[in-house]
Design a protein around this ligand. Sequence first.
Ligand code: ATP
Ligand code: MG
Length: 765
Amino acid sequence: GHNNAPDYLKGLNPEQRLAVETTEGPVLVLAGAGTGKTRVLTTRIAHILATGKAFPSQILAVTFTNKAAREMKQRIGILIGEGNVEGMPWLGTFHSIGVKLLRRHAELAGLRSDFTILDTDDVVRLIKQLIQAEGLDDKRWPAKQFAQMIDGWKNKGQGPADIAEGDARAFANGKGRELYKAYQARLQTLNACDFGDLLCHPIRIFRANPDVLKEYHKRFKYILVDEYQDTNTAQYMWLRLLAQRPQPSRPSSSTGLQSAESRKDDRPSEPLRGPRGGPAPAGAEQPVSDNKVNICCVGDDDQSIYGWRGAEVDNILRFDKDFPGATIIRLERNYRSTAHILGAASHLIAHNEGRFGKTLFTDRDEPEDDKVHVHAAWDSEEEARAVGETIEAYQRQKHNLNDMAILVRASFQMRAFEDRFITLGLNYRVIGGPRFYERMEIRDALAFFRVVANSGDDLAFERIVNVPKRGLGEATIRQIHDTARALRIPMLEAAGNLAESDELKPKPRAALREVAANFERWQKALETKPHTELAETILEESGYTDMWKNDRSAEAPGRLENLKELIRSMEEYESLRSFLEHVALVMDAEQNAGQDAVSIMTLHSAKGLEFETVFLPGWEEGLFPHQRALDEGGRSGLEEERRLAYVGLTRAKKNLHIWFVSNRLIHGLWQSTIPSRFLEELPESHVEIAESGNSYGGYGNPYGGGSFASGRGGRQNPYGASRFDNVGANAEKSGAFSNTYSTPGWQRAQANRTEATDRNWGTRS
Ligand code: ATP
Ligand code: MG
């Protein structure tokens, strides 16, 4: 009976408990944010182990990140005692599990088990060679673009033979398929594979070798998947192969998604129990019949945010067709957030069509809970300043920085916060990606600037001497190095010398001559040109900006955005040198591992996490929802943006602050911005617009009347009159800002202000 249930089951509600205890057969937990899906998965594993239904090595558990896998392992240990979890070798991401499988069966994919995994750069270089070998013009048919296409095919589990005719023809006058084939052959010769192969090879191995697949069918008694809504087609195929056993011809009772209620009859009788805290004795229990699939997937269609990367939310919606007889369990109680936060999030996501529709409730309805705060700021600098002040106010109330997070739509937004926090001495850490100044494109750009500011900066010089690629090989660079060492001169100077000597072949010589001439010109301009202008010139004349403009990878637009943000941030400094000094200090700041620190991350990487206090800056049209998502995805693009907003809102347990600014630098031009339509979609009853969110002057209460409604210049909100218009309008009219702090950026900006229509600027993460 339930009274003597083990401790780890006691805190669960009846539906969660059903999901944990229905260990046999397929189970889908389809439920909203914060309802305990991940907790169910963790407890389910603990339960399987504690009851001796399987050894740790017989459980396949897929999480979305490696971090999530580590946390899950830890929590299982807490639930049933660490001694009872001797590692879980098959708990990890699709990719980490894929590598493990492939290492075991490499020979079946024509590889050796010590194969290397190529990164994106390697892949592009390889493809470029193949394109050239075909006698094709690699400018007309960029390798990056083809790499992207291959990635897309592999996300769908398609090999060269599977791709559609049209797709195959789309590249290099119909040579797409041949190139793809040649690429795979080349990988094999190199004993290498790319990321997509980590899934595609195992799929092919399983299909071609039923005995191997059978081995894994026997091994994996239980399969569990978190964040199922974001699996792509290849991951789905991989899972199905592992999970689906030959079905006996038994009629399925399942015709559609069913509630937990209607399936209560299928509930297993009291679960089988092994001795507590240890695996079952050998041969004690064999509950898994050969054709029963013990797969448990948990997910939330409202949190599907990787459609742009090939994720198929339909995977979750057809679960009961793939796994007949599936128990579908809905969890409706949210344990994470206050009623205000939950109310705001539920109301927002209800604007999406084509969703399952879920009700969520919480018992947590305490009168002292704050509503969701919405704040206006003048520009991103003031936004960062105000967020910093709010964080410090929470700190004074004894809140830990660890419990706070800033979730941004695009990575370029991080820069303002990082700079501000450094100034304040506030610890922060960037999760799921490098910090702003550590990003590849920022380091490259800084390297150019450093050499201009200090021609003796050899480290910086080495970084960019062959960026963008100028055909300078390792040998040439070593020669520059040696010359510099021998003559005790900077490498830049040595490069100039070599360019004039006949020690090098004509090609590298010409390249070095250009590099030397470039730096000479830029160093001269340092005295005459404003440093921000010079910085832009350097990135353009070096070909660096163009390099990313011609890059077809998904990250390229974000990198260009970051470069723009870098130049913008330089306006705050008097000279290139003082700017570089500032950066050196920022770079020196510790990552604060293990310390109390605010987290900064993109909304995409915040999936599954939770924080006491969450800040969501940049809720403006064009940034969030992101213009590119709207341009490319139409309504479904908008809906994915809205799901992302839902993910953001539901990360907060107690305090939620949303910001929007009136002015943002877009395409290098200052523009008036319009508050995000998502703000309009938050219900008034759960939202409070900050009356004086900070010390920069009161914004007035927009609900109080139309006194701020006029005088908005050229700014128009196409979505109709907005209660948030007024907030921004007051900020604009108050004039309080120019008195409070100097805004050199803004003064310059006013001169530049235009109504550019092309807003296709940005990245998704
Ligand atoms: P998301 O969709 O955001 O991934 P989720 O459904 O996976 O959310 P969890 O992260 O598992 O939700 O749980 C949310 C919070 O609620 C966690 O802090 C968890 O510990 C807590 N929680 C879940 N179930 C219960 C319960 N039965 N009793 C108390 N707290 C619970
Ligand atoms: Mg979760």
